[in-house]
Design a protein around this ligand. Structure first.
Ligand code: 5GP
Ligand code: MN
Ligand code: MN
Length: 476
């Protein structure tokens, strides 16, 4: 694999073979070693992405890059609709609009510790988790679901699930307006309907944390973060509904791609022109699934607040407000370098810099909050978007640590150990549907997220603001 260093923590794979543009990725020395250890399989996927029609230079990967379906996870690719640019469900991912929402409280670590166990149990009870988890207490009719698919998080807020100011702190205000529920299959509705307000399996989680380090006082002040503060991070997406939308359209795109003269070096890159009827249908269905994901995180946030209240913190005590809700699996039209392009982010986040009108007013001076979960044993980070990200990565940054071990490997390593006990001894209470989930999700199964953040900062596509340590983890 040939690549050259073009800037700190930044590497270029020059255009070759069927690539239409160069590929660029961000990495540290350690990350380069990891890439070599997997025989550059995920970089090969990045090179495949660069072969798609209408791609705008360059095809990109964030430092948490790893192998994914078609596109690598950590991949960012922008397409120009005026130049035959395509949309690809594999570039968005199966969990459409998967993302994280950070709630910031008024509470400190000292306030929380006496009720930690009680709170862990309340959260586990109020937020269903696990494969195929469903909610029995809140159900919506098909007609209501269609409205949710059109209106996103705001629909729930109007019905009392959340505070009116919540939506202002969600990316795109919790609603992609071009959503059309009529482009979503019956099967997708069936799968998703009972799952709203649930976490789902495996990698998805709900974590109570505290701020243990502040790196940038000015940005922390703008975001309302302080040392010792209790926060809650919610990670989930569009559940079975989004998954089914992805599946439906991958099948459809595979059939139509040849008709549009799109040559696929990998079938998993199935794509259709943005301007084609099929491309338009997918974009409308994807937006509907995205709105479902925003609503899902909204409903979970409501029950998180309720759990805090169940253990005796009044709304005034806990003050849980949405700091930000940030997606890491979607495709959106944005202006970059004077062009309107469709930016696919798959396991990558938006990271708009200071002054961008889409950043909430309170944060605009310092840039958008970028939420970077790590793992359930170490830490997660809050970063801020930068001007540089706007220049070099279509305003994008990393979305996590990225897996290091396969689920199978992790289970093998964890078999000899009792992770729940180990973590409890370190003050981290884990509640999970099965032992298998905890084993597969063990901290060592992920890269050390501080290495990823080092590369992000080194490349200038994000700026460290604060670090969060886990106290309670509810896992799929
Ligand atoms: P993904 O969306 O790719 O499944 O996951 C995003 C990131 O979440 C992963 O790359 C990993 O770094 C992080 N992550 C997975 N499980 C946990 C957890 O239990 N707690 C925290 N803080 N992060 C996690
Ligand atoms: Mn997900
Ligand atoms: Mn995710």
């Amino acid at each position: 694999m040939f690549f050259e260093k073009i800037a700190p923590y930044t590497y270029r794979i020059p255009r070759q073979g069927k690539m239409r543009v160069d590929a660029v990725f961000f990495a540290s020395k350690e990350i380069l070693k990891d890439l070599e250890a997997e025989n550059y399989a995920s970089l090969q996927q990045l090179m495949n992405v660069a072969t798609l029609p209408g791609i705008v230079e360059p095809a990109l990967a964030m430092p948490d890059i790893h192998w994914g379906y078609g596109f690598p996870i950590g991949g960012v690719a922008a397409f120009d609709p005026e130049e035959g640019g395509v949309v690809s469900p594999g570039g968005v991912g199966f969990d459409i609009n998967c993302g994280v929402r950070l709630l910031a409280s008024h509470l400190t670590l000292e306030d929380l510790l006496p009720r930690q166990k009680e709170l862990a149990d309340a959260l586990y009870r109020l937020v269903p988790s696990g494969v195929g988890s469903e909610r029995r207490d809140v159900r919506f009719s098909k007609r209501e679901l269609k409205e949710i698919l059109k209106e996103g998080a705001g629909w729930l807020v109007k019905r009392g699930y959340g505070y009116p100011e919540d939506v202002r702190f969600i990316e795109s205000q919790g609603r992609l307006p071009w959503a059309n529920p009529d482009k979503v299959s019956e099967r997708a509705f069936e799968r998703g309907a009972p799952q709203i307000g649930t976490l789902g399996s495996g990698n998805h989680f709900l974590e109570v944390q505290y701020v243990d380090e502040v790196y940038d006082e000015e940005a922390a002040l703008a975001f309302g973060l302080f040392k010792g503060q209790v926060t809650v991070l919610i990670h989930t997406g569009s559940r079975g509904l989004g998954h089914q939308v992805c599946q439906d359209y991958v099948e459809r795109f595979l059939k139509v791609a040849p008709r549009y003269g799109i040559e696929l070096v990998d079938k998993q890159l199935a794509a259709a022109p943005i301007k084609s009827p099929e491309g338009q249908d997918y974009l409308q269905a994807m937006a509907a699934a995205a709105n479902f994901a925003f609503a899902n995180r909204q409903l979970i946030a409501h029950f998180v607040r309720e759990a805090f209240e169940k253990v005796g913190f009044t709304p005034r005590d806990h003050g849980l407000r949405v700091l930000y809700d940030l997606a890491h699996n979607n495709a959106k039209f944005e202006e970059h370098r004077g062009r309107r392009v469709l930016v696919h982010r798959k396991g990558a986040t938006r990271a708009f810099g200071p002054g961008h009108p889409e950043v909430p007013e309170e944060y605009r001076r310092v840039g958008q909050p970028v939420l970077v979960p790590g793992d359930m044993g170490r830490y997660s980070y809050v970063l801020a978007g930068t001007e540089k990200a706007m220049e070099v990565s279509f305003g994008s940054s990393c979305h996590g640590a990225g897996r290091k071990m396969s689920r199978h490997q992790a289970k093998k390593v964890a078999r000899e150990r009792n992770l729940v006990k180990e973590l409890a001894e370190r003050g981290i209470l884990v509640r999970a549907a099965t032992r298998a989930t905890v084993d597969e999700e063990m901290p060592e199964a992920y890269k050390d997220v501080s290495l990823v953040v080092e590369a992000v900062e080194g490349a200038g596509i994000g700026k460290k603001v604060a670090r969060l340590r886990p106290l309670i983890v509810v896992k799929g």
